[in-house]
Write a protein that binds this ligand. Sequence first.
Ligand SMILES: [Zn+2]
Length: 396
Amino acid sequence: LILRPYGIVIAGRLELGLELVVGGGKVEEIRPHTGIPENYVISAGFVNAHSHLEYRGLQGRLPLGSYWTWIRELTRLKQEQSDDEVRQDCLQAARENAASGVLLIGEHSDRPFAAEALVQAGIGGVVFQELITFFERESPREKIAVVEKKAGEQRATGLPVHLTPHALYTVDEATLCAFGGSGQPISVHLAETEHETAFAESGQGVIAEFQQSHGFDVQPRGMTAFALASELGLVREGAQLVHCCDLREEEIGPLAASGATVAHCPRSNLALNTPRAPIREMLDAGVRVGLGLDSPASSGVIDMFDEMRAALLIAEERARPIRPEEVWLMATGMGAAAIPGLAQSWDVAVGFESANLIAISVPAAHTVEDLIRNASPHSVSRLRDPQSLEAFTKQG
Ligand SMILES: [Zn+2]
């Protein structure tokens, strides 16, 4: 089969004038056009490096503008949801990801329904089963057993599932330390807001006040959230740090040296008015950064193009711009590298699985910036099933 797009995105750059020969489920050859090209481009499918499918039902229902107000209301509304609703929400969100061209996800789950939704929607990836040990009826040890059971249910789908600490301020230090030393894949929310550093550094601010009001003894640790996470061993190879908005300049070198990766969720950060993540600096230091659609309850409509536009916007606002080609990599190959436990190279190349290709119907794009500015989920087709692959090869 010959796929004859007018361009192929390779290593984040739109290369014009190339076609693909596909056979045995793989890309066999990339070569100059041998016929008249058609009106679409080919890319590796998108990678959503950080996602919460289960909050799809809360999209548009939470107050935005302040992280703390938002998370309190999210926690309250979650209690009202039935398992059936959450299962449906996961499936809807997984289908919308697929429609947006997402083929791989780093998924955070509290409830146990995301993995089956991913499988049904034809999306691969890794599920991180969130552990919270504060504000629970159970002791940490009992809570781990509860979460391990949910992880086991998800593992039955065949997707890899790893227990993961939710955040520094929702899990006790002994448990965090155990995750730090385990060497296992983890994905932990870190330094999303300045509240985390106020909590770690001086034992003050909304997080500390909330814990104290629930009878917890809050001890100032005299260090930033990033420094505390490092001390607990959480900043390491095999760890994905989600957000990293409130990082200090001098923390970026150690972050890069650690081998930890970052998930950047720009629309969520804009909606909740967090500090703007220093992505330019991270990329310059060699940190692997993936783009995450996070939760529809903060980011809004599931749309990787809109997420890429937001990544460009935040970096421009900081006067530390990132290039559209870098953003495309964050949404594809570098995004895959930023999901721990996923040893998969992810770019259009000889040997790449044709099922992992997407076609984007945007006429007359010259660069990936044109694609990012002009495309929407409606522009995307997946080449996952043989019929649609054949349909593309027969067009024109
Ligand atoms: Zn998250």
